[in-house]
Design a protein around this ligand. Structure first.
Ligand code: CU
Length: 292
């Protein structure tokens, strides 16, 4: 027997369809009393954030220290992380406001005991998601995993409505134009082209930053599902993202012209933050994407 269950209200704009298969096993010794026995299931042992700070609201505009470690399923702290070249190492901390108007992306150092500390400043009041993308060095097929928690900045919160898609963003004098996102579909790899010019209209020299020429960080509106790909350059080995059997790599085609690999797991409205570093500053160009 197949039941289709629409779970609405899990996340804004998202409807998960759950297929539940029931097998009615009628055996000769079926009990006639109080229905089927429910098996006892022990809590799943998983990786989890431990010792996370801050434990309460922080002041907007004031730096604070965000700190945590990751505990392994065994209960021991995770101390061994992938190292070396490329963006797929260590721990990435991405703090995003829930209205997707603010993103903060850091790769903090990891102490020998596995603890991670990162100074952060939340610019405005409101709720933020802290996403920890971890690359453990444990062998086996597992490459990375994400854990998340929330922080909030005190004060009255006025969520900004998500802007419609604009072809061109202007950030700190840089013009970033993104083409090729009109027909995006969930689970289908696609590639868009970003063209970047500086305030003089010239393509800027991009400096590799956190192991990539550019980072494409995607969050889904409402549910805050996450995906992350990179634009790789000649000096950024180990930069390709793998997702299942697909590999997603962006490349610099020419100065100021980047291909951006896109592979989003769910339909909906997504916010892409295209991040790169030029002339000593980090630029985050946001784009709203519709994914069918
Ligand atoms: Cu990245």
């Amino acid at each position: 027997v197949l039941f289709r269950v629409n779970l609405s209200g899990m996340s804004r704009g998202a409807t998960a369809v759950l297929l539940v298969a029931f097998v009615a096993a009628l055996t000769g010794c079926a009990s006639s009393s109080s229905g089927p026995a429910v098996p006892t299931v022990a809590p799943a042992k998983t990786f989890q954030l431990a010792g996370f700070k801050p434990t309460g609201p922080v002041q907007p505009g004031h730096p604070f220290e965000l700190s945590f470690r990751i505990d392994q399923p065994s209960g021991e702290p995770l101390v061994s992380y992938r190292r070396g070249a490329g963006p797929h190492t260590g721990v990435h901390v991405i703090v995003v406001s829930k209205d997707l108007s603010v993103i903060i992306h850091r790769h903090p150092p990891i102490a020998a005991d596995g603890s991670v500390r990162q100074p952060i400043t939340l610019p405005a009041p409101g709720p933020y998601r802290v996403l920890v993308d971890a690359y453990p060095n444990l062998g086996g097929p597992r490459r990375n995993f994400q854990l998340s928690t929330d922080v909030s900045a005190a004060g009255s919160y006025e969520p900004e409505p998500l802007p419609a898609f604009h072809l061109t963003d202007v950030v700190n004098g840089y013009r970033i134009t993104l083409r090729g996102t009109a027909g995006l579909r969930a689970i289908q790899p696609a590639s868009a082209t970003a063209t970047v010019t500086d305030s003089a209209g010239k393509p800027p020299h991009l400096t590799p930053w956190f192991g990539a020429l550019a980072h494409a960080i995607f969050f889904r509106a409402g549910s805050l599902d996450y995906f992350h790909t990179h634009v790789c350059g000649p000096n950024t080995p180990g930069c390709t993202t793998t997702f299942g059997t697909a590999t997603i790599t962006g490349r610099a085609l020419a100065p100021g012209k980047l291909t951006v690999g896109i592979l989003l797991p769910l339909p909906g409205t997504w916010r892409l933050f295209l991040q790169f570093r030029a002339n000593g500053e980090t630029i985050s160009a946001p784009f709203t994407l519709k994914v069918r």
